[in-house]
Structure formats: structure tokens, C-alpha cells
Write a protein that binds this ligand. Sequence first.
Ligand SMILES: Cc1cc2nc3c(=O)[nH]c(=O)nc-3n(C[C@H](O)[C@H](O)[C@H](O)COP(=O)(O)OP(=O)(O)OC[C@H]3O[C@@H](n4cnc5c(N)ncnc54)[C@H](O)[C@@H]3O)c2cc1C
Length: 396
Amino acid sequence: MSPERPEPKSTRKPKNWGNRPWTINFRAKPQPLPDTVDFTVVGGGFTGLAAAAWLKRLSPQKSVTLLEAETFGSGASGHTGGLALAESAAGNLPELGEVLSQYKKILAELGVEGDLRLPGVYELGRTSPLKDSPICWNDSGELRAVSEVAGGTIDPGKIVTGLAAAAERSGVLLFEDANVERCEFLDPIRLHTSTDILRAREVLFATNAYSLELTGWTQRVESCFTIAVATESLPDAKLQEIGLANGKPFYTVDLPYLWGRLLGKQVIFGSGLVHFADWREMYSLNVEKGPASEAFARLEHRIRHLHPKLRDVSFTHRWGGPIAISEGWVPIFERHPQSANVIVLGGYSGHGVAQSVYLGAWAAEALLGKRELPNWKDLRQKRKDEVGSGSIPDGR
Ligand SMILES: Cc1cc2nc3c(=O)[nH]c(=O)nc-3n(C[C@H](O)[C@H](O)[C@H](O)COP(=O)(O)OP(=O)(O)OC[C@H]3O[C@@H](n4cnc5c(N)ncnc54)[C@H](O)[C@@H]3O)c2cc1C
């Protein structure tokens, strides 16, 4: 954090979502909220930061504000696992395009250095393994690599920091601790924070698992909490024996779900969901108590039994964050039902690292009238019929 910038005064109680193994080194400088702007982005995760930076890059003469309720990356983006994947949780989507190559290009054009590595990702399964699978674990059967897909890893702290710095450099007015409590869908749109009203001609809601009343997603998105742990650094020989020495991240294609990646020589593993009756319960969730703490104990026990070389492993980081599970697991990217001047984007169902930035930039182009939104309505209905109303089974 720049030394001259004070911590924004927060009206929120501090959350206890654990200790993550990366840091976010950016704070917005305090400044007064303008009265009226051309564009406002609500939500300062990967989606909102990328959209705001891209808007200003494409249209430097327009005024752009970004309002974040807490600090940048305080939602899923700062607490993610950081696997960059090409496909959505519902597989490939019509009109989606080349997510990973565009992700790389957008980061490069914005000057964001986020340790993006794309060595490929193993899909793990309990049947029909690849002949040369380096992974052979014991996890409800024999878990091995069954295929390899495009993808890799990022440092989420660096990506949030870099996107925020890029947005600031390009002239976006950035506000942290600026929760949008209410929206009047007038022309211009009126966004009410606890202290001010901001008028904006066009708005992007990039609030993901939160503020479901603003996006109109109360019946369309299930907000859950999902967890991850990082092991101590492991010697090269141990990484070799457990099959992770080539640095390829992995996720399972059958249940029970497990994903993981290397961070230096530490291994990050994740799995498990905590469900809420209301998304606001996320704020009071404490990872040291109750269902989150039980989920960590289950995950660590599971990891220690994957392979004899992991039996005595210790864990240096335990953390979690929100996940927005959408209908049919298809991301929601459309106009708000109450105003054609508002776009809503999110609900990546655990596959948002690369898509958030890629679709965030697309949202900016759509707000500027340079690109149409995709039509994923029919696909969503089809997928919804296949997987049920939205919930990912607890085996995740
Ligand atoms: C533990 C974990 C592991 C994950 N692992 C992976 C992975 O390996 N690969 C992958 O692709 N995806 C993964 N994901 C999902 C991925 O991190 C998310 O899809 C992605 O970060 C979503 O970014 P976002 O910007 O849309 O949402 P968020 O980062 O959640 O940002 C939303 C922001 O909006 C703000 N906000 C909400 N309401 C308001 C309001 N009313 N006013 C102002 N601001 C508001 C919030 O404070 C928050 O900062 C993981 C998620 C978690 C939690």
C-alpha cells in the first residue's frame, strides 16, 4: 500500500475469512463522490475492476466511477484459488470466444503483471485414467488424471492490485467503503450509498454473490462460502512423488470434488461449501467456528489421506470466500429487467478467474455500444433442467 494513503474508514465489522497466501497492495485515495457521471461500476472484484479500467481505456473522455462496498478484492477475487480456466462451470458456451488468450491480452494491454502461467490443467477422475498420469491418489477410489485442458494459475493478489492500479492510471474514480444500498432505476440511474447519491447514465453491477436484491438475482443465484488450504512448502522430491512436480493445477470431474494448484512449493487444495439462508450471513461467517471450521477439518483429513507422503503435512493458510452459483451454472450477463441502461454480470459458479476479466472487458464494450451481449438464456434453461435449480452438490 502506498504509505501516503490512509486505510479507508470502514463502517463494516472486520470479517474472519482466514489467512490467504497473497496480499493486495492497493488502497483507493479518499476523494468526494461526484454528482453525475457517464458510467458507474458497482463491485471491485476482478469483474468490476477490469470493466472500469477497460471502459476508461476505450473511452478516455467519459467519466467512470467504481464503487466498492469494502476494499478491492474483499469478495471472491481476493479469496479465490486462482485457477484460470477457459470454460465456464457449464462447459463451453456459445459466443464465449477464446477466454484464455483474451484474458492474457487484456492483462497485457492494461499493464497487469499477475504471474499468469498456462501450462495446462489436469482433470482428475476415478475411472479411465491417462496412461502417463503422474497423479495417483486415494480419494473415494483411485484418483488419477483422466484428461488435460487449457488453463493455469495466477496470483490473485497481484491481479487485483494490478487491475486497480490500471483503473486508477487510466482515470477511473475509485471508491472503497462505498456500499450501494439502493438503486433507483431512473434516467440517469440513482445509486444511493450511506452518505451520498451518485447519478450515472449507465451502470454495471459486478456484485457477484452479494446484493442479490440490486441485481434481481434472489431467485437465480445461490450465495455460498467455499474454502481452501495451503500446505507448508514441500521439498521437490515430495512434489515429484505426489505427482505435482510439473506445476499443473487440477480439478476433479466427478464427486467428491477437489481442486488444487502449486504456489511456489506450497500446494493449495480446495473443496466444500457452506450454505446460507441469506447472502448477508457471509459477513458474520467466522472460519474458526461452526460449519466452516468443520469443513476445514474434513478437507485437511482428506488431503492427509490422499498419499502417504502427505500424511504428516502441515497447513500454513486456511481461508474461504463467496461463490455465486447461478441457474444451470451459466454466468449471468444481461440487461437488468428494470433498466436497459444497467448490465448485470457474475454468477460464475466457481469458474470466474479468467471469465470475470474477459467478460468484464466485454461488458465495458457493451456499455459503450460497441458489442452485443451474448444470449445464454436457452442454454441456461437447458442446463437448469439437467442439473436442477442451481445448487452444486455438497460433494464439492
Ligand atoms: C475459495 C475460492 C476459490 C475459488 N477458486 C477459483 C478457481 O480456482 N478458478 C476460478 O475460475 N474461480 C474460482 N473461484 C471463483 C472466482 O474467484 C470468482 O468467480 C471471481 O473472483 C468473481 O469475481 P467478481 O469480481 O465477479 O466477484 P467478487 O470478487 O466477489 O466481487 C464482488 C464485489 O462487489 C462488492 N459489492 C457487493 N455488493 C456491493 C454493493 N452493494 N456496493 C458496492 N460494492 C458491492 C463486494 O464487496 C465485492 O468486492 C473461487 C472462489 C473462491 C471463494
